[in-house]
Design a protein around this ligand. Sequence first.
Ligand SMILES: [Zn+2]
Length: 205
Amino acid sequence: MDIIQRLTNLFSDFPTVGPRTAQRFVYYLMKQPKERIEEITNTILELKSKIKFCSFCLNPHENENSLCLICANYNRNKNLLCIVEKEQDLISIEKTGKYNGLYFILNLAGSLTRNQEINTLKLEGLKQRIQNPEKFGIKDAKFLEMIIATNPTPEGINSSVLVERILKDIKQDFKITHLARGIPVGGELEYADEETLESAFEGRK
Ligand SMILES: [Zn+2]
């Protein structure tokens, strides 16, 4: 296979990128000076070598510490745990400034049926963090509320069911809440405006 086709195939694997856009990327890169190409490839390599995933919430970060800045912050409320599907959802919730607890990022594999094993492992990771937060770097946590903040998409609803099953399995005294409606069905937290997300959070039940 020639280089153009090979690179096009690589880009086609990126989220939301179809073959046409992938091809456009390739032609764009072809016309860039060598320094620019080096900058791009080096930054990608750095992404892989410098980014770590938080030992507790799995948020990517560049700290020395094994915890991300949210988990390492003493002022966060360690009675609350908000379970989100992906990094972007955490960022959207942080932007509202209305939530001061901890997070856990599920990052379940795209197809729930095909990657059942991986997902079982990830959900097991969530369970262990709730049962023994100290083992994952969080001291003095006492979770009183689990907020399931998955998206109202088919995948998000599926994740929410799986999470709830795991949570009910844990014999600890916390309540389980969901974000209030307001995020349009099929919509994602990532794209919700701050006000909508704020009221979805405040009206959780
Ligand atoms: Zn963290």
